[in-house]
Design a protein around this ligand. Sequence first.
Ligand code: FES
Length: 122
Amino acid sequence: STNENLTVNFINRNGETLTATVKEGESLLEVVIRHNLNIDGFGACEGTLACSTCHLIFDQKHFDQLSPISDEEMDMLDLAFGLTDRSRLGCQVCMTKAIDGLTVRVPRDVADARGEVVGQQS
Ligand code: FES
């Protein structure tokens, strides 16, 4: 089914909350692209685990419900600016009913693995 019956809220780099409807199984990167959400520099490698610009910070409750992290995601996440113990890469996190209605924060600054700094604000 193509029902979009789940929701996710993104707090973008400007501190604005963006709410999107989501299908079960969709990755958080796919949600940002499909809804054309205003998040500077997000998803530079298009989900190929080559950037870390899709870094998102979760609250503990929802973080605990996410699928386990792969070694590949962990390696790339290590390169993210502002890494927290509730950080994941948005291209690797898929929506499930267990995390319906969650709020994720986009860190203010990101660096992608190619050395560019994007989204930095003065
Ligand atoms: Fe590049 Fe997720 S979009 S690692």
